[in-house]
Design a protein around this ligand. Structure first.
Ligand code: 5GP
Ligand code: MN
Length: 353
């Protein structure tokens, strides 16, 4: 399959690349690395997303060439007449946001490069593996197949950032010797100083963001005998701190770093509803839990959006935890409100049937 993908890319003249809404380091890093690589191969490239890149990734080479999708004739025409459409770091139309329909409807060869579970089936060619640490790792494999000599700083730096951000700086369980060998190639070919790139991405927090972290952490609660940890980000906390919601990225990992916590949840209140981020350790998989709310993701990192109040989303999620996570001791009913206890009961009953 990778030969077919490289062959389609070799032949293509016009290539459009898109990635998911609220893009992260793997999304933007992969998109830029591929875009810069293809430009070096003489291709006409358009990079098109629904949402802007996070502020700490704007320095990356080519970031100013990523266009926000506005449905203009120029963009719609480029997608419609592209030879190849690349979909990176998501495998569902909905997560492409406003660009999704055009990407799906184009007559271009649609190529998926992704490491999430449960892919949709509208792609012509796919390069996907759930066990891959990042979309960037999969892209590196395609570059290996094609020509590694094309990799310069403009390709290596975004690819490195993508791998770094999706692996918690190379510490998650999907980090392998093979990934480290890829990183070694990137450091050599891109003449990369890893400490500089790390600082570019992680040491740009604002004082407002750190104050927000302090109020978010003060909302910490442990449930089910310390196995599940939660924090909340209310709209009030956001407005009081004057930090942007982007700066909450990574907060949930603080909760997961508590000894004994198997799953950490962060609930973010928005105008339309509540975003839940799920993070977990080891075999405590959370993607099915996120899917139960219409979300999804990876086994140890998932997300979902619930229409409704923060309070409601919080109660629902906590009460349904035993449905998805093996919890040795259930939260005792004395710690639950009557409503929670009734909800939990109905869940446990439906599980038994
Ligand atoms: P985060 O919690 O950082 O927003 O997302 C963690 C992972 O969960 C992402 O890599 C993404 O795969 C997945 N994810 C987050 N939000 C959603 C969502 O609303 N729908 C789906 N399908 N996946 C999501
Ligand atoms: Mn990813």
């Amino acid at each position: 399959m990778s030969e077919a993908i490289v062959s389609a890319l070799r032949k293509a003249r016009r290539i459009v690349i898109s990635t998911h809404t609220r893009p992260d380091g793997d999304a933007i890093g992969s998109q830029l690395a591929l875009g810069n690589y293809l430009k070096r191969q003489g291709k006409e490239v358009m990079m098109l997303n629904q949402d802007p890149s996070p502020y700490n990734l704007e320095w990356m080479p080519g970031a100013d060439h990523i266009e926000l999708y506005d449905g203009s004739l120029r963009q719609v025409e480029f997608i419609a007449h592209a030879d190849v459409a690349m979909i990176l770091d998501t495998n569902v139309q909905e997560r492409l946001g406003t660009v999704g329909k055009q990407m799906r409807d184009t007559t271009a060869t649609k190529i998926l490069v992704d490491h999430h579970t449960d892919a949709e089936n509208w792609f012509d060619l796919t390069w996907k593996r759930e066990s891959a640490s990042s979309t960037a790792e999969l892209l590196f494999e395609l570059f290996e197949q094609w020509d590694l000599d094309v990799i310069d700083y403009d390709v290596a730096a975004p690819l490195y950032v993508a791998m770094m951000t999706d692996t918690g700086s190379f510490r998650f369980s999907n980090v392998t010797a093979t990934l480290h060998r890829m990183v070694a190639e990137l450091l050599d070919r891109g003449h990369i100083d890893t400490s500089v790139l790390h600082a570019e991405v992680y040491d740009k927090k604002s004082i407002e963001g750190i104050k927000l972290l302090s109020s978010v952490l003060s909302s910490i609660e442990l449930h089910y005998d310390g196995r599940i940890g939660t924090v909340v980000v209310t709209r009030r906390m956001l407005s009081d701190s004057r930090a942007s919601v982007e700066e909450t990225d990574g907060f949930v990992n603080q909760v997961l770093s508590i000894e004994g916590v198997l799953v950490a949840l962060i609930f973010t209140e928005t105008e339309r509803g509540t975003k839940i981020s799920f993070r977990s350790k080891g075999e405590n998989h959370v993607h099915k839990w996120a899917q139960s709310y219409g979300g999804g993701g990876h086994r140890n990192a998932s997300g979902a959006f619930i229409v409704g109040t923060l309070d409601n989303a919080f109660r629902k999620a906590i009460a349904s935890a035993p449905h998805f996570i093996d919890l040795p001791t259930l939260e005792t009913s004395s710690e639950l409100s009557d409503e929670d206890a009734a909800y939990l009961n109905s869940l446990m009953n439906s599980q038994n049937n």
